[in-house]
Ligand binder design. Structure first.
Ligand code: NDP
Ligand code: 2IT
Length: 448
């Protein structure tokens, strides 16, 4: 079988079977484009239909989520859970609550999650879910009722050995708490390991809140170290100002760098003094306000509603908001301003055209499935602690996270070298290394 023809046929089937799901097509193309050298060396993978099976989720759930708002009006949202692959462990991946959520977006995220989770070396399969619910401006009571209704359907598909959700955009500790409470009530089981990202006070892991942002910075640090470089005294731009962004800022500052800009969907903020982390946390985590509130509180800061955060000159860029937020023009601006490294804290924030610009310019580029793997890796550490009814210290957990990120980085480079000709090709390295681990398990488990 000609490997390239096979890959092309699998991609055509993805497009035919999932019409209109642009983000899923994009994520599938990105992985499939890397896999020819792996299939060349393992002809049995094509014969066993590994790619054909990987591109079709094991199970896809779509359900109605009715709830009552504070005015007494009935609202209806659409809930999703795509259980993509259980080759390496229970389905694992976050829940996203955002008005843009649709099946194609959940599928792209679930597909990415398969390879990301494989890269961590842990026993977790891939899945993702969420709802087209907009939490902005909703009261705690409305959030609680929504989460309870969401879980009233989803609980029957979950379990610590079956499917273990966590947070993503719009889902943090508060939502995980409400979801867990409803799961417990319906099942009459205190099953700690059924959700991760729980508050530390009752079964959550230390360092899970920080893990994705910290991990992305560790990954960038490893990439920079290959060129004798680091964060010290470097100017950094972070997009977004949510969970991943805030803790990326925290770790950059701990390593001696200076984050000069961050953003949210309303615009971006420049503070050449360096982002004041306490103020940022107060605005985003405590007050749940817009980022412009930061500029109102700090005279050195400037808020801009137009343009993009990538216009701000920097040495290192960490996109931590959402998919396709960094396009070709942004990449050109970053390169023109001398960017040295880009690590994706978000899932697929850089468009393929932007990635091509970085590649041509020789900019170090860490794709999300490697660079943001620290979040799900620490979720797997939370599952380990729950299974053992144990609690590790912050230091112990963070040190395990740092080791995982170093290992992911080493694995990407080694695989890029073994299957291509450039160890800096982290895209090839991450895709092939993740794929090989999943493909081996699928082969051993037979055609299922
Ligand atoms: P949060 O909800 O905490 O923060 C999201 C941030 O991104 C906010 O600043 C938000 O701005 C901005 N944003 C979201 N959607 C858009 C949009 N359509 N346009 C512009 N800005 C947007 O989410 P997280 O920090 O958890 O997630 C950020 C990214 O990281 C996502 O891609 C997620 O999939 C990825 N990720 C998250 C992990 C985790 O552990 N949480 C793990 C690995 C990856 P606004 O408030 O204005 O909407
Ligand atoms: O994209 C991701 O890896 C996450 N949102 C975290 C998933 C998890 O299960 O911790």
């Amino acid at each position: 079988m000609n490997v390239r023809t096979h890959i092309e046929a699998v991609y055509e089937e993805v497009r035919r079977r999932n019409p209109g799901e642009a983000e899923f097509h994009q994520a599938a193309a990105e992985v499939l484009d890397s896999l020819a050298p792996a299939l060349d060396r393992h002809p049995d993978y094509a014969e066993n239909g590994i790619l054909d099976r990987l591109c079709e989720p094991e199970r896809q759930l779509i359900f109605r989520v009715p709830w009552v708002d504070d005015q007494g009006a009935v609202r209806v949202n659409r809930g999703f859970r795509v259980e993509f692959s259980s080759a390496l462990g229970p389905y694992k991946g976050g829940l996203r609550f955002h008005p843009s959520v649709n099946l194609g977006i959940v599928k792209f995220l679930g597909f990415e999650q398969i390879f990301k989770n494989a890269l961590t070396g842990m026993a977790i399969g891939g899945g993702k879910g969420g709802a087209d619910f907009d939490p902005k401006g909703r009261s705690d009571g409305e959030i609680m009722r929504f989460c309870q209704s969401f879980m009233t359907e989803l609980y029957r598909h979950l379990g610590e050995h079956t499917d273990v959700p966590a947070g993503d955009i719009g889902v943090g500790g508060r939502e995980i708490g409400y979801l867990f409470g409803q799961y417990k009530r319906i099942t009459n089981r205190y099953e700690s390991g059924v959700l991760t990202g729980k508050p530390v006070a009752w079964g959550g892991s230390h360092a899970r809140t920080e893990a994705t942002g910290y991990g992305a910075v560790y990954f960038a640090q490893e990439m920079l170290a290959t060129r004798g470089d680091g964060f010290d005294s470097r100017r950094v731009v972070v997009s977004g100002s949510g969970n991943v962004a805030v803790y990326a800022v925290e770790k950059v500052h701990a390593l001696g760098g200076r984050v000069v800009a961050c953003s949210d969907s309303s615009g971006y903020l420049v503070d050449q003094d360096g982002i004041d982390l306490e103020l940022l946390k107060d605005v985003k985590e405590v007050r749940r306000a817009r980022i412009s509130a930061y500029a109102e509180a700090k005279p050195t800061a400037r808020f801009t509603a137009r343009g993009t955060v990538y216009d701000v000159p920097c040495d290192i860029a960490l996109p931590c908001a959402t998919q396709n937020e960094l396009g070709r023009e942004d990449a050109v601006a970053l390169v023109k301003n001398g960017v040295r490294a880009v690590a994706e804290g978000a899932n697929m924030p850089c468009t393929p055209e932007a990635v091509a610009v970085f590649r041509e310019a020789g900019v170090l580029f860490g794709p999300g499935k490697a660079a943001n793997a620290g979040g799900v890796a620490t979720s797997a550490l939370e599952m380990q602690q729950n299974a053992a009814r144990d609690t590790w210290s912050f230091e112990q957990t963070e040190s395990r996270l740092a080791t995982v990120m170093r290992d992911v980085h080493t694995q990407c480079r080694a695989t890029a070298e073994a299957y291509g000709d450039n160890p800096d090709d982290y895209v090839l390295g991450a895709n092939v290394a993740g794929f090989l681990r999943v493909a081996e398990a699928m082969t051993a488990q037979g055609v299922i």
